[in-house]
Design a protein around this ligand. Structure first.
Ligand code: GAR
Length: 207
């Protein structure tokens, strides 16, 4: 296995974002890391869905946006890895990317693959995090930005933001409240990672 990437890189990082749908988290990353930013720029957006609004958002920002089909996971990952190499990508951010990547892919990108999940992990991983939170009757939920490992929403946590679950909330109401904090948390977490302010010892980054 190659040596883990150490942050800071000493140059602006090149970010790719994988998104399957609406892309509001992508939008917050595009806003935080535009072309020419000293810490990082989003240089590539990939979607497994041709109709994802995320692709339109990327194109509107002047960022390369590519639909990569998912006939099989292996096909998607081979094509995505080709694009990531071609664009010299340092870090991949999953933003509403609703597919599970293989252990091979997560290992190749270990320490450089980030996700946002709409719950306070380890609670409520996987699909329908808000429905799970409402059903469990918790008083607090939020979002987690974490490194991705081979598990489902199980990698090391970079940061979390909390919101209250209010009486009468349904999944949609909670989702809106959590999404608002995701938009601040995701760029903040990427900043922590890229500046070296947050490190994970298991990746050999003992600083
Ligand atoms: C966000 O709430 C994100 O946390 C969630 O999907 C939404 C995407 O919104 N992701 C997951 O549930 C992944 N397991 P967006 O497309 O507007 O960024």
């Amino acid at each position: 296995m190659s040596a883990p990437t150490r942050f800071p890189l000493g140059r602006p990082a090149r970010l790719a974002v994988f998104a399957s749908g609406r892309g509001s988290n992508l939008q917050s990353l595009l806003h935080a890391f535009p072309a020419g930013h000293e810490l990082a720029s989003v240089v590539l957006v990939v979607s497994n869905r041709p109709d994802a609004t995320a692709l339109d958002r990327a194109r509107a920002a002047g960022v390369v946006a590519v639909h990569v089909p998912w006939p099989t996971r292996a096909d998607f990952e081979a094509a995505a890895n080709g694009l990531l190499s071609q664009h010299g990508v340092d870090v991949v951010c999953l933003a509403g990317f609703m597919r599970l990547l293989s252990a091979g892919f997560t290992e190749r990108w270990a320490g450089r693959l980030v996700n946002v999940h709409p719950s306070l992990l380890p609670d409520f991983p996987g699909l329908d995090a808000h429905g799970q939170a409402i059903a469990a009757g918790v008083k607090e939920s939020g979002c987690t930005v974490h490194l991705v490992d081979a598990g489902v929403d199980s990698g090391p946590v970079i940061l979390q933001r909390k919101v209250p679950v209010l009486p009468g909330d349904d999944a949609e109401a909670l989702a809106g409240r959590v999404l608002a904090v995701e938009h601040e948390a995701y760029p903040a977490a990427v900043r922590l990672l890229l500046t070296g302010a947050w490190r994970h010892d298991d990746l050999g980054e003992t600083g």
